[in-house]
Design a binder for this molecule. Sequence first.
Ligand code: TRP
Ligand code: SF4
Length: 402
Amino acid sequence: MTTHTERVLSGMRPTGKLHLGHYHGVLKNWVALQDEYPCLFFVADWHALTTHYEETRDIEHFTIDMLIDWLAAGIDPEKATLFIQSKIVQHAELHLLLSMMTPLSWLERVPTYRDQIEKLAGRDLATYGFLGYPLLMSADILIYRADKVPVGEDQIPHIEFTRELARRFNHMYGSEPDFEEKAKAAAKKMGGRAARRLEELRVRFRQEGDAAALIEARAILREAGSLSQTDRERLAGYLEGTGKTILPEPTALLTDASRMPGIDGQKMSKSYGNTISLREDEVSVIQKIRRMPTDPSRVRRSDVGDPEKCPVWRLHLVYSDDACREWAQKACRTAGIGCLECKQPVIDAILAEQGPMRERARAYIDKPSRVREIIEEGNAKARRLAEECMEDVRNAMSLNHG
Ligand code: TRP
Ligand code: SF4
């Protein structure tokens, strides 16, 4: 059971099979969140196109591989909603509408824009889609009225951009013609007493500028458990005279950067070629760890070593308990063990971590139709939520033509 009502949303570009760095950095966090919040996790396949528009061939199988990795890591489709961005066309509609009111200068000054162009110097990124990367991300987030968005540090400017854009949108289109009636109907849902009290406090705040009245009124709203997010926002706007919040501002849930080292001691990353994939074959895991470099001054078995200079030690810090670390440290510094012996507990721990993942993945690999079912269910649910939001957006922008 989830313990919160706020909605969590996050996405990942389909870059193919995930590795243990993704697991320790992102997926473990998602798995924990799904027990606390209603969660939406999606494959950002359109975002992959912003940099790789010339090579679309791999997108579909990268998407499936990645989804199987999520499921293998313990993302539970009974708890979280999994979907594919491009299957929810409403994202594109919101992206288009937002693009009309997004100042170019806001996009140009997002720090990742220039950074990425420099970093990916081999590609022609002077495209409209690439400039719009943060805007598409804003549409992904705002369309689900997500409250919390778990992301790494590099994505924080995009969340900030999203917040500014939501504010601009609400300010521009946040006055519904029947706003007052809707707000009053929402108040009724809190029950007669609370509604009357809220109205008293509203008048005191709006007519006499009574700040204490506003504080009390906000507390009443916060505690009114029966209100939907939309009604709560609507009442807040009514109370404070700011109109309706059509697109609530999300907040970032900063994911701790993964300290997962690769098999060369640098941060684990596909571009360094130092990864162990989530469901890597056992033999290959054993080989990779056995061949890992160690403290270069430990040439012979009888040479003492220094764990601080050894990449294997960094894996002990991720995988071993205190007793095992103590054993490895001491024995390394006194040449009491050989490096292969020291590596064995790390190998065992990685294999133990991967065991259940491999097993969960097996069920989906044997029955690919199950993955398709999960995605179709997730897509349908996401589409319903996205369409609900778009109806409000179209209404607010007078594009309903009804
Ligand atoms: N830009 C994100 C990344 O590269 C992926 C992403 C796309 C995303 N849309 C999103 C993340 C919406 C969170 C919310 O990691
Ligand atoms: Fe590294 Fe362990 Fe060998 Fe020491 S004994 S150098 S910590 S692998």
